[in-house]
Design a protein around this ligand. Structure first.
Ligand code: NAD
Length: 483
């Protein structure tokens, strides 16, 4: 069985310091496709030491020099998009065209931050005496630990690595154990782009072991984490020991509000896409839909019809499918549990709720996209992050009610609104407690604007002009002139 090497100090390391390896499984076939080492504490230390050493050189390059390396890496990522995309599909399950587009999008992230690095400015502040002046500059923090999840394993890593490198930081990445292969292939592009040895490292292993020792390492100055709220809380705890800078992009439980004056076709298409894309395994997936009473029945009917059109299959061998399998048996069990809980409490399943029928689904973690009605807010599907292809729909009578329901969650990542009324749009958008809102669209994450969570969905910013600031410290220099 092939062992995909970690990247430590510019070298591929296939041996495991612990002697243990982690199997990587293709969720469409349940076959083991490769293995990665479970790194030891010494290997984590080696990676951090390498990043620390490289920081001295990398941070002294001008942003223009760093940009040249990042553009070169972007070119390699783009050239290898098909190859990396195939690996991504094989380990995560999403259809190949989506995987390739994820990788290509990651090249674009590198280009964006390469240029953003050139636009990090300081400030000169006048003071109360003529011979005094305050100068504020920004400097790279140091070694960054980038810990990421499996649902967008290349893209989410790119958000962090690109911004950190552009800021002048160096990186030790800890990709997820479910999907470590495509992130390591992505990281290899930095080696091949000629970045100084150790500027980018990647270690693999369990989050609670390898992730923890990486965060606790005294030379790591900043932790950029994307993952579940539960793990995020632990990360925050570990960071407290060293008062480390930390950004947390965590879980979500996102509502979609559809007003009676909305473009119904658009709202249905958008809702289906955001509920089921990547099998609902997206942090900003729609989990619950509130539809204004007069259009409720029509919306539900059209939503179910649109859902039934989605084609499920092995995204590697059938390029035309819309949905692949779920990433793991554990993820699949959670969706089933949420649906069973809803049904037990009186909900009705209008479509899906089971494994698709047919020989081609005998193996693999396939599941039909599921629409549930007659839901209440004590059901898991309406309260917790299902992280799977199941959505609850319920009618609302007043905007206040829809806003209050939307906010009645510990999460605050994203929300979606469909309305043609400017006034209602304004009221809803101002009232929602979350970091990202899609108004008459469902694609809130864009490279060019900040992406952030409220409440237990985290804090700190990936992407946009603010994305790079997370990797910079401010320094105030108060200057006294002779006269
Ligand atoms: P997870 O929290 O289990 O794991 C994420 C990463 O953290 C993995 O690399 C894992 O190994 C590591 N990890 C786990 N426990 C750790 C610990 N104690 N210390 C250090 N590292 C640890 O999440 P997952 O199942 O891989 O991903 C799904 C979750 O990620 C969902 O909750 C989803 O909403 C969230 N997510 C959030 C965003 C966002 O931008 N807000 C984006 C994608 C996914």
């Amino acid at each position: 069985m092939e062992v995909q090497g970690m990247i430590i100090g510019g070298k591929f390391v296939t041996e495991s310091g612990t002697g243990k390896y982690i199997d990587v499984i293709n969720p469409a076939t349940e076959e083991v496709i490769a293995r990665v080492p479970a790194a030891s504490e010494e290997q984590v230390d080696e990676a951090v030491q390498a990043a620390w050493k490289a920081f001295e050189r990398w941070s002294r390059f001008s942003p223009f020099e760093r940009a040249r390396f990042l553009h070169k890496a972007a070119q390699l990522v783009e050239e290898r998009a098909e190859e990396i995309g195939r690996i991504l599909t094989a380990e995560e399950g999403k259809p190949l065209k989506e995987a390739v587009s994820e990788v290509k999008g990651s090249a674009e992230v590198l280009r964006y931050f390469a240029e953003a690095g050139k636009r990090v400015f300081g400030e000169i502040i006048p003071l109360d005496k003529a011979n005094l002046q305050s100068i504020v500059i920004r400097q790279p923090i140091g070694v960054v630990a980038a810990i990421t999840p499996w649902n967008y394993p290349v893209q989410l890593l790119a958000w962090k690595v690109a911004a950190a490198l552009a800021a002048g930081c160096t990186v030790v990445a800890k990709p997820p154990s479910e999907t470590p292969l495509s992130p390591l292939k992505f990281l290899a592009c930095f080696l091949d782009a000629g970045l100084p040895e150790g500027a980018v490292n990647g270690v693999t292993g369990a989050g609670s072991v390898v992730g923890k020792s990486l965060i606790l390492h005294p030379l790591v100055r900043k932790v950029s984490f994307t993952g579940s709220t539960e793990a995020g809380k632990k990360v925050m705890e570990y960071c407290a020991f060293g008062v480390k800078r930390v950004s947390l992009e965590l879980g979500g439980q996102s509502p979609l509000i559809v007003c009676a004056d909305a473009d119904l076709e658009k709202a249905v298409k958008g809702g289906v896409r955001r509920s089921f894309r990547n099998m609902g395994q997206v942090c900003n997936s729609v989990n619950r839909i509130y539809v204004e009473k007069p259009i409720y029945e029509t919306f539900v009917e059209k939503f179910v019809a649109e859902t039934r059109k989605l084609r499920i299959g092995n995204g590697l061998t059938d390029p035309d499918v819309d949905l692949g399998p779920m990433v793991s048996l554990e993820a699949l069990e959670k969706v089933k549990e949420h649906i069973e809980d809803a049904v037990r409490k009186g909900a009705k399943v209008l479509c899906g709720g089971k494994k698709p029928e047919g020989e081609q689904y005998a193996k693999g973690y396939f599941f039909e996209p599921t629409v549930v009605v007659d839901v209440t807010h004590d059901m898991l599907i309406m309260r917790e992050e299902t992280f799977g292809p199941a959505v609850g729909i319920m009618p609302f009578e007043s905007l206040e009610e829809a806003i209050a329901w939307s906010n009645a969650t510990r999460y605050g990542l994203a929300a979606y609104v469909y309305t043609s009324s400017l006034e209602r749009a304004r009221r809803i958008c101002l009232g929602l407690e979350c970091g990202n809102i899609g108004l008459n669209n469902v694609d809130v994450a864009t490279i060019y604007a900040p992406y952030t969570g409220w409440k237990e969905s985290g804090f700190g910013t990936d992407l946009g002009p603010e994305g790079i600031l997370s990797y910079l410290e401010m320094k105030h220099i108060k200057v006294e002139f002779a006269d």
